[in-house]
Design a protein around this ligand. Sequence first.
Ligand code: ADP
Length: 343
Amino acid sequence: IYTEVLEPSMLHGNQAPPPSDQKALPYAPIYKTGSNLLARQLFHIPPQCLQILDELGHGRFGKIFLAGTVNVSLKDLKLNEDTDRNKSILVAMKQLKPEASPELRDAFNQEIKFMSHLQHANVVRLLAVSLTDESPFIVIEYMENGDLHQFLRQLELQPNSATVSSDHISPVILLYITVQIASGMRYLANKRFVHRDLAARNILVGRDFVTKISDFGMSRSLYESSYYCVAGQLILPIRWMSTETYYGQFSVKSDSWAFGVTVWEVFMLCRSLPYSHLQDDEVIADAVKGEEREVLQKPESCPTEVYAVLRRCFVHSPQVRADFEEIYSRLFVIYKKFVEEIC
Ligand code: ADP
């Protein structure tokens, strides 16, 4: 699948850089299967225990619904000790479309296996599954503000302040969102998982700006312009990719690069595609220049110290590029300082 267990050699970032004469694209399979992970013990929820309330969106696998649980306790969902089954819990239900190809089914199962191992405040939780042949689905945490990309696009920037309004967001909250993404990514990196598609569109936002990493498959349908097409097929998030990933070398360090682009999106309030002045083929031509490639400029609202961290994410050599320990600790210190100044 899209996410994978990392080779130890890649974790330490000692893979050889791509030879300069190596031809870029098309490069590699989209979905790496064969991961030897086993799904953690999961709650198998009977379909009648969910009442569909609304449609939240649709992605590669099919539709995503808002649903309320019927006769299910928080304990069943491994959320806490509460055992009151009469209280309905709001959840998101991701269905695999009936016409899914065997490859898509495989990818869906791989995503389940992968997600079942993740438990972190900034990573979307898999709560239950229903794996019938006809209509399998998964139940995940409901994040009431949807994906970060559409969430930020509807907001305007306001100067730093401790107060929040429903249609404005301040730099300190953007920083709070950023630190949470870094925290979730640090967790994934420590588990040796590579996300490969970190971008604002693949992050979900809950109440009070709680932010969680999602989409361990690809959510493309809403964001087709973010991906590059080869022979009519959408495959690569080229604008989020470090140079070595153009040669198939994904690692926790390529996630660091994508993190830098994601934070750039955050401080742009997702108003622009990265390198929006370049066409897809120009992005590719530029990216394979390696060290000489264009670097994303500091968004106006991005604090200088935060941009300095982004520059560490945009280091050409994966060996030298910042890892998530460095990213998280630096951003956390900056965030703390900001909060102290405001309060
Ligand atoms: P897929 O993995 O099938 O491609 P996604 O996970 O990308 O689908 O979901 C598509 C859209 O549905 C997202 O962009 C988001 O707006 C909405 N969505 C997905 N999961 C949730 C959730 N847990 N809570 C709220 N909205 C969600």
